[in-house]
Design a protein around this ligand. Structure first.
Ligand SMILES: [Zn+2]
Length: 274
């Protein structure tokens, strides 16, 4: 429906979608195997292993301090759009504002109106395909309505809603440019083949809406905007808007009954723009 993502030329970023974004075990550091304390050490606690072993040129200077470990960007407080734990809301715009992922593709699933432009990041696309297949196997066909939206597309989308509802009204249903989760390539809108409730509150009552509410987490998705969470997420409930966060986070949120991504990550509520 537009040439939006054509400009996804910024191929720098991520060499891939880092499949296992959430590193598994915590202590993966270089196991300090430098414990070559000569058996039956003679002098008790003196920490001086400087025993000139053979003729080795220079004994390794102490067990290298773990200072050169790949510290996972401590300053990144969920604001790196290349990561699955990125959080975008009304107080957390994309950085950069015109960010566009480089690995967009169209999932191989039934498409609804507008779905022909619903490209998403590769990892999201794979999860969408698995989820749609599982839903169909349960007798619940679904359609894909939208995915990535570029900064420029959001300019048009937001302006449309401003024209229809005024700015205050637009802010309740549409994100300002640079503030849309769709711009991450990790969000999708799904629909029911019937289509009469697409992008409407009643989608939650359709078979597709109920299926995703119960099962989306099994595929790494969360229903991002839940009823009663508007003061946290900044948006009215959208039972059709799914955000890919990876299976670990999605399952954990489901287990704990946490409904907002902000709450889960301990981030402040984002009821409105600053
Ligand atoms: Zn959406």
């Amino acid at each position: 429906m537009r040439t939006a993502f054509a400009a996804a030329g910024l191929v720098l970023l991520l060499a891939a979608c880092s499949p296992g974004a959430s590193g598994p075990a915590a202590s993966s550091g270089p196991v300090p195997s430098a414990t070559t304390t000569p058996a039956a050490g003679t002098r008790g606690a003196s920490p001086a292993p400087a025993e000139p072993e053979k003729d080795t040129p220079a004994p390794p200077p102490e067990p290298a301090p773990p200072a050169t470990e790949p510290v996972p960007a401590p300053a990144e407080g969920h604001d790196n759009p290349a990561r699955l734990d990125v959080v975008v809301n009304k107080t957390r715009p994309l950085k950069p504002l015109d960010y566009a992922p480089a690995d967009l593709r169209l999932p191989a699933v039934p498409l609804g109106p507008g779905g022909d432009a619903a490209v998403v990041r590769d990892a999201t696309a794979g999860a969408v395909e698995r989820m749609f297949a599982a839903a169909a196997a349960d007798g619940v066909p679904m359609t894909l309505l939208s995915g990535f939206r570029s900064y420029q597309t959001q300019v048009s989308t937001y302006q449309h809603w401003v024209n229809v509802n005024g700015q205050a009204g637009a802010d309740r249903v549409s994100a300002r440019p640079g503030y849309s989760e769709h711009q991450t390539g990790l969000a999708v809108d799904v629909g029911d083949p019937d289509g009469s409730c697409n992008l409407s509150a009643c989608f939650g009552d359709t078979a597709a809406g109920q299926w995703v509410a119960r099962n989306a987490h099994r595929f790494g998705f969360i229903v991002r905007y839940q009823p009663g969470q508007e003061s946290v997420t900044g948006y009215a409930a959208e039972p059709w808007h799914l955000r890919y966060v990876g299976k670990d986070v999605a399952a954990d949120m489901a287990d704990r009954g946490v409904e907002a991504l902000e709450t889960y990550f301990g981030l402040p509520p984002a009821p409105d723009y600053r």
